[in-house]
Design a protein around this ligand. Structure first.
Ligand code: ATP
Ligand code: MG
Length: 573
């Protein structure tokens, strides 16, 4: 067992042993059941991957890595009506971006259609499957309820010969869509509803993104999945808890066919759910299709593509998956844990810069007009040797954050107000002397004087100055658009109340576009994908929407550390 597993268990507090799946795999290998584990990640290509899938990916690929096995990427593509090549492509890109490699083991369930068909005939020949003419509704009615056993279909008694003939003609395209299905003949009174003669095949004339128009019958999940695992030599078939009741069918199909031994075994683990988020692909698709978000990669989306565009690094997502661990009971993880993981990931090596999001002009009235000087500002103040420094220009007119000035400040306000002295980060101490208002009564300019003896921000007489604010020289400033994000949903559990549509829980303030932010000069050459910490306001990434018209930044995550603490650590600068 790895140390990381033990830690994961502690962090979640819900762990059944130190990652029960890894423990199970280790035991199976020790007992000689398999030489090495083979796992798979089986997405249906009907949407983009989300953070929940990342959990499954980290588990499957992680086990393969830890035990010298392999993990397949298999598209579970049996429902062409909802699937699309763009999803096939995006899924591969996202798994790769997370840092995992399936090597040559890229598979499609659809490439097993012939084999699956042959297995279906074998089941029919063994008297264990039959063609049913009941309608969808009738099948529902005949199935019974949890408390009432089902009723056998009148077609259940068909002979092997008739079933085989009908199934072949289903495949041959002789029957209308939906007019017949192939069902397993198991037990209509089973206490597990899923075992009441589950459907194996349906007729559906639908073009398939991989097999074209070759097939007009398509196998269902319960028949396809176990056999695909078996065909690929999967040892451990890991899936989420909602498939628990399907395990019996999984085993039944394999037990009743002549498949290679040992058979794969299904094990379920808890789905990941996050606060302020929906994770169902159907709902995410709806958000995209209805234009409620900018697309699958909207930075507010819980999709891998969205998080990538938001500026999260794959390492952060993997660390997060380690932290939440693998449990056997569903629970909801606080999104704050993801955000703090992202912060911890960015903190050690993201350059610090100054950027003013909502600018207010500050005029240093005793600073000579037309003069400028430059300060060397370390890019990582905590570890100045690591990322070097850049030169920051200073002049008579600078931008400060509008919120750093108050006309009538409360007692504990340590930033600018008439008569108060603050430190301009890396530069000088300044004392506010006055301000100018426009006709609407808004403060449009603040005046101050600087103390030339405090160059670098340290007063020679050791006088205490509590506030330190960031700034950008007005004549050198780079204009930018900045996007700030809040939760996509205003409530923690947008899925919870069946009376309320999740769409009504959308947070109308989840995106705030700040046009006219002022950035320090060095950011003028920032490239798409570059990440920075804007001191005091958060971590930001240059968005691909940047162009000749200007830079666009996304806020990856806000800062949690209090500015005061940070300033203290960096020696009052
Ligand atoms: P949805 O129910 O929203 O359609 P899905 O689970 O059907 O999603 P799949 O493409 O079938 O999506 O999922 C592929 C794999 O990812 C499955 O093995 C599934 O168990 C796993 N998975 C999906 N969602 C989560 C989640 N929230 N947490 C952990 N694993 C997940
Ligand atoms: Mg699914």
């Amino acid at each position: 067992m790895k140390e990381q597993d033990a830690k994961a268990g502690e962090a979640s507090g819900r762990e059944v042993g130190p990652n029960f799946v890894r423990a199970m795999v280790a035991t199976d290998l020790q007992e000689g059941k398999h030489e090495r584990p083979v796992t798979r990640f089986p997405p249906e290509p009907n949407g983009y991957l989300h953070i929940g899938h990342a959990k499954a990916i980290c588990l499957g690929f992680g086990i393969a890595e830890d035990f010298g096995g392999r993990c397949h990427l298999r598209f579970d593509d049996t429902n062409p009506a909802k699937e699309d090549q763009t999803f096939v492509d995006s899924i591969q890109e996202d798994v790769r971006w997370l840092g995992f490699d399936w090597g040559e083991h890229l598979y499609f369930a659809s490439s097993y259609f012939q084999q699956l068909y042959d297995y279906a005939e074998a089941l029919i020949e063994a008297g264990k499957a039959y063609v049913d003419d009941l309608s969808e509704e009738q099948i529902q009615q005949y199935r019974g309820t949890v408390t009432k056993p089902g009723t056998p279909s009148p077609y259940r008694k068909r002979s092997v010969k008739e079933n085989l003939d009908l199934f072949r003609r289903m495949r041959g395209g002789e029957f209308d869509d939906g007019s017949k299905v192939l069902r397993a003949k198991i037990d209509m009174s089973s206490s597990n509803m899923k075992m009441r003669d589950p459907l194996l095949y349906r007729i559906r004339r639908q073009h398939h993104h991989q097999t074209g128009d070759e097939w007009c019958i398509y196998p269902f999940y319960d028949f396809t999945h176990c056999l695909s695992d078996s065909i690929e030599g999967v040892t451990h078939s890991l899936c989420t808890l909602e498939f628990e009741n399907n395990r019996e069918i999984y085993d039944w199909v394999l037990d009743n066919l002549d498949v290679p031994q040992p058979q794969p075994r299904q094990t379920e683990f808890a789905r990941l759910a996050l606060t302020h988020t929906v994770m169902s692909k159907r709902k995410l698709l709806q958000l995209v299709n209805e234009g409620r978000v900018g697309g699958w990669d909207d930075p507010r989306m819980p999709t891998i593509a969205g998080m990538r565009r938001r500026g999260y690094r794959p390492e952060a997502i993997r660390t997060f998956c380690d932290k939440i661990g693998i449990a056997r009971a569903n629970s909801v993880v606080d999104k704050a844990l993801l955000e703090s993981t992202v912060r911890d990931d960015l903190n050690p090596d993201t350059p610090r810069v100054m950027a003013v999001l909502r600018p207010l002009k500050l005029v240093i009235t005793n600073y000579p007009e037309g003069e400028e000087e430059h300060f060397d500002a370390p890019n990582l103040p905590d570890d100045p040797d690591r990322l070097g420094a850049r030169s920051v220009p200073f002049s008579r007119e600078i931008w400060i954050e509008a919120s750093d000035f108050m006309e009538d400040p409360p007692k504990k306000f340590f930033r600018l107000a008439v008569g108060k002295e603050v430190r301009l980060r890396w530069a000088y101490l300044v004392t506010c002397t006055g301000f100018v208002k426009n006709d609407e009564g808004e403060v449009v300019e603040v005046h101050c004087t600087y103390d030339p003896d405090t160059r670098g921000g340290t007063p020679p007489d050791g006088r205490k100055v509590k506030g330190t604010i960031h700034w950008v020289s007005a004549q050198h400033a780079v204009d930018a658009m900045v996007r700030l994000y809040d939760h996509l949903f205003k409530v923690e559990h947008p899925d919870q109340d069946p009376e309320v549509s999740f769409l009504d829980e959308l947070n109308e303030h989840s995106l705030e576009v700040v046009d006219g932010a002022k950035l320090e000069q060095s950011l003028g050459s920032a490239k798409v994908g570059a990440r920075f910490q804007f001191e005091r306001t958060g971590y930001f990434i240059v968005d691909p929407d940047s162009g000749p018209d200007g830079l666009v930044f996304n806020r990856i995550v806000a800062l949690r550390d209090s500015w005061a603490k940070l300033v203290k650590k960096t020696g009052g600068n």
